[in-house]
Design a protein around this ligand. Structure first.
Ligand SMILES: O=C(O)CCC(=O)C(=O)O
Length: 247
């Protein structure tokens, strides 16, 4: 990995934009050579089976992206504290209709207190509206946790239901059924379809409404790597995510 150049901090206007819009796009976040190294590694892993959410704990290539100085320096600024890694995901959306994640706020899926959860989403190839790139609703983070309904367009969005074991700080445990949802307060024409080049990254807060639509291209996958972080004084309720590690 090419991590030799000094990590750049966000400047005042970038910080202001993040707080105003609930997200910040940095088109040249990571060197393309680092992304290529990750994708080549990932291509060799294809036969190893599905990826979990904790692969940064066992796979050096995943850890290198989640802990990349160009990312962590900025996450530290945005969290105003020490970040911990909650989960990592590599999302390879197939051409010819591969579905996306309906509009959501991450706090719904990953309850945490205080709510410091945020994400860094990195494009591993050129992404945009045509191949199912990331979309965000600017300013939506200022509206608090919004009501979520059923997924509206099943040809565009994946649907699922899952039971999650939970534990609170006092040790009480229970199981919560969660399902894919959709935030009906926003429609497709109210969100920004982001164009993020390979190596570009988007930082967004867990209250920022975001998601993605189906990949309409015939021949271009949509490849993205996302890491979710919390500040180190945060409790995460989902037991499968409680093995948080320093970034
Ligand atoms: O890229 C996508 O399809 C959705 C990503 C997402 O929801 C996330 O990173 O939290």
């Amino acid at each position: 990995m090419t991590t030799t150049s000094a990590a750049r901090s966000l400047n005042a206007s970038e910080l202001e934009r993040y707080h105003e819009d609930g997200y910040l796009l940095i088109p040249d976040l990571l060197p393309v050579s680092d992304i290529d190294a990750f994708c080549e590694h990932e291509a060799r892993q294809q036969e190893a089976g599905p990826n979990g959410l904790q692969k940064h704990q066992t796979d050096a290539a995943w850890s290198a992206i989640a802990r990349h100085p160009q990312v962590v320096t900025k996450v530290r600024q945005l969290l105003e504290g020490v970040p911990r890694i909650v989960q990592t995901m590599y999302m390879a959306k197939k051409p010819g209709g591969g579905t996306g994640v309906a509009l959501h706020q991450d706090t719904h899926y990953i309850r945490n207190e205080p709510n410091t959860l945020m994400a860094c989403w990195i494009a591993c190839n050129d992404t945009g509206a045509d191949n199912g790139g990331l979309c965000v609703a600017p300013g939506s983070h200022r509206r608090g946790l919004l009501e979520a309904g059923q997924v509206r367009e099943s040809d565009q969005h994946t649907t699922w239901v899952n039971d999650y074991p939970m534990r609170d700080p006092a040790g009480k445990t229970w199981t919560e059924k969660m399902h894919s949802h959709d935030i009906h307060a926003f429609t497709r024409d109210q969100v920004d379809m982001l164009t993020v080049p390979k190596g570009g990254g988007v930082f967004f807060s867990s209250l920022t409404v975001h998601g993605s639509y189906a990949n309409q291209t015939e021949d271009r996958p949509r490849l993205a790597f996302a890491t979710h972080y919390v500040r180190d004084d945060t409790w995460v309720f989902r037991q499968d995510l409680q093995g948080m590690v320093p970034a």
